[in-house]
Design a protein around this ligand. Structure first.
Ligand code: ADP
Ligand code: MG
Length: 335
């Protein structure tokens, strides 16, 4: 199985079955103790659902929120739960490829590796997220030509240029979808004295958010708590003002892309003129993002098919390739 251990969502893909699990990377713990609830059963959707309904005492943790592992035990509980759930009743232990954010340290990688082994994996391979994204997006990453991938997740944006199945240049930026949500929250506070929650903010981003004007401009009614009176109130926001609010995180992502291009060898740069940039990750779904990136880099920019599952599908294909590679090696040895 292939696992996309994302900052927002974890997806598991199994050969021949496609995506078998897609849950938030969230764990419910007892407040202040880091003790995972109900023998590690309060993970993913269960953790998210529990939260709205359980006042106090329980809190949600996203152990990979910023692309680094904030708590090893919680991460292990999460990974164990997802691997067991995806493996179902099969008696055979799975071979697992896990994509990890390219910014995590060697110690964190080791922790993920050992967690997966303890969770019952027969064999564990780690794969850098940009590589998995490139495989999933169908880029010719093994060829002697440059491919560029920009994966915008919740906590991090991973920008990488690949050639010959390796990463030539990459940067992991801690600005992505979550920062867009935060920018909208800040805008609502500043402009309307209205406090809104993270889920409302994400909904605004998905419904009317954009990086450049996209024809018909929508508006939306937003509810929250008035900061002065403390009472519930609603107001209407327009796509234009949300675009303005999102301009800071969007610029940070564009700058990161340009910085990475500046660090690229000229021969690889030359390839990119033709090959362009491929976008993946949920954040890439922001309307008009491809257009502004095309303008700021002068390169063709394309959105991958189903950006939210791109990495998970890539990890699964990566596993097949490893097995294929091993098989040919073994055949070569036999002959
Ligand atoms: P990760 O790999 O870090 O877990 P994902 O690739 O799953 O992240 O993407 C999650 C992010 O994508 C979240 O910030 C979410 O709000 C954002 N997102 C999902 N759908 C959309 C959309 N239609 N428009 C803009 N952002 C979106
Ligand atoms: Mg991701």
């Amino acid at each position: 199985m292939g696992i996309d251990l994302g900052t927002c969502n974890t997806l598991v893909s199994v050969r021949g079955q496609g995506i078998v699990l897609n849950e938030p990377s969230v764990v419910a713990v007892r407040k202040g103790t880091n003790q995972v609830l109900y023998n590690g059963q309060a993970v993913g959707w269960a953790a998210k659902e529990m939260l709205g309904k359980t006042p106090g005492g329980i809190t949600a943790i996203r152990p990979l929120k910023d692309g680094v592992i904030s708590d090893f035990e919680i991460t292990e509980a999460m990974l164990t739960y997802f691997i067991r759930k995806a493996n179902g009743n099969r008696w055979q232990k799975p071979r697992v490829v896990i994509s990890v954010p390219s910014g995590i340290t060697a110690v964190e990688k080791r922790a993920v590796y050992e967690s997966a082994q303890r969770a019952g994996a027969r064999r564990v391979y780690l794969c850098e997220e940009p590589l998995a994204a490139a495989v999933g997006a169908g880029l010719p990453y093994t060829e002697a030509t440059a491919s560029m991938i920009v994966d915008i997740g919740g906590g991090t944006t991973e920008v990488a240029i690949l050639s010959l199945a390796d990463i030539a240049v990459c940067e992991s930026l801690r600005v992505a979808g979550d920062d867009m949500d935060e920018a909208i929250i800040a805008h609502m506070k500043k402009t309307y004295n209205l406090m809104i929650g993270e889920q409302t903010s994400e909904r605004i981003k998905i419904e009317i958010g954009s990086a450049s004007p996209m024809g018909e401009e929508k508006s939306m009614e937003v509810r929250g708590r008035d900061m002065v009176s403390g009472l519930p109130r609603k107001t209407v926001v327009t796509a234009e003002e949300i675009r303005e609010a999102l301009s800071e995180p969007v610029s940070a992502i564009l700058e990161c892309v340009n910085r990475t291009l500046e660090r690229t060898e000229p021969e690889l740069s030359a390839d990119l003129v033709e090959n362009g940039i491929m976008l993946a990750g949920g954040g890439a779904l922001l309307r008009g993002l491809a257009t502004v990136m095309q303008n700021s880099t002068g390169l063709p920019v394309k959105l991958s098919d189903d950006p939210l599952t791109c990495v998970a599908r890539g990890t699964c294909m990566f596993l097949e390739n490893i097995e294929l590679l091993k098989q040919t090696l073994e055949n070569d040895l036999d002959n």
